[in-house]
Design a protein around this ligand. Sequence first.
Ligand code: PLP
Length: 426
Amino acid sequence: MDFSEQLFERAKKHIPGGVNSPVRAFGSVGITPRFIERAHGDRIFDADGRNYIDFIGSWGPMILGHDHEDVAEAVAESIRDGLSFGAATEKEVLMAELICEIVPGIEMVRMVNSGTEAVMSAIRLARGFTGRNKIVKFDGCYHGHSDSLLVAAGSGLMTQGMPDSAGVPAGCTNDTLSAVYNDAESVRKLFGANPDEIACVIVEPVAANMGVVCPKEGFLQELRDLCSANGALLIFDEVITGFRLSLAGARGFYDIVPDLTTFGKIIGGGMPVGAYGGRREIMERVAPVGPVYQAGTLSGNPVAMTAGLAVLETLRDTPHFYEDLNAKGDRFFGEIGRIVAAAGVPAQVNHVGSLGSVFFAAEPVVDYVSAKKSDTARYADYFKYMLDNGIYLAPSQFEAMFLSAAHTEADLARTLDLIRAYVNAM
Ligand SMILES: *Cc1c(COP(=O)(O)O)cnc(C)c1O
């Protein structure tokens, strides 16, 4: 037994499934997870001294690469001033000013501690602002684990949503309606069947939690128009896409302005941070100025703000950052597409900029139903091959690959060689 295996055995005794978040257990690829000791650049190092080229990047936050010097130094300095005060600090002001400066259309922002909290709060605010109860979400989009968003896929179309987890009362999902990603018509029908009842439509502008599924041309604009026409708020869940596709996230990349936006992941630079923001008239409904209650003992924590600020300032101040990163993504995922096409294997490569997925599916993946047709046993086999060869991919067919500024051309070339070897042997 290697040390990771020993740790996993011990972990399972006192932590459910041995992990603090389910996907880390490697359940869908059927092997023991690696325990990670440290990370630097585009590499992570496990408890057994092996290192891997990392395509998870902590599920997105490490867009600059691991252990970035400026971020690490800023955090170390901040820690010396104390860890938390439970009182207002200048860093929160700087963070709010920076977000409003770099994300057009956001006039006010509230900091929270996770993406889940950001989305849960934004939904409450949308309901409080519109005085309506129903919400629309898309099958296959993930918005954290709050009760009203844990809805079984496909269950809510024209009917009431069914909980997708034990412990969620049906009462919590009754008002959650499900729509089909990339199908604006399915949303139009829900508005037709529920006139003046829908508070908001929430969407991942690029879906990245069923593998990466790109929005079809015009889809996001149709959602914008439908929400405006029906008095509902459009919420972009930019927990993954925020500060990744462009400095202004997916809204900048696709030039669509939602009413509310949620952030997480990159905004904390690796610390537990989330945020939600939007127009002043909406955000001023939040307590203490408005009647929508939302609070947090550690919200806006000074060390977490320091990490997030250091990352966002670096992103803002690095010339051509997004041009370079997105071009790297276009080259890398474009090359994977050519490799699988040349090998003639049933695989689809979806990507936008530095986010991408390889689906072992015969048909294009455009929504949850087509994503679910992927061969997950094949993915598990591919995952193991890559891991054995020093490449750390998402341990599930339905998670994204994340590129960072720290991925070197040599490491990407090595990854492509391994993918070529794998698919040629398929
Ligand atoms: C990760 C994620 C969340 C949840 O964020 P946590 O910080 O894990 O609570 C919400 N929405 C999207 C789109 C995500 O990818």
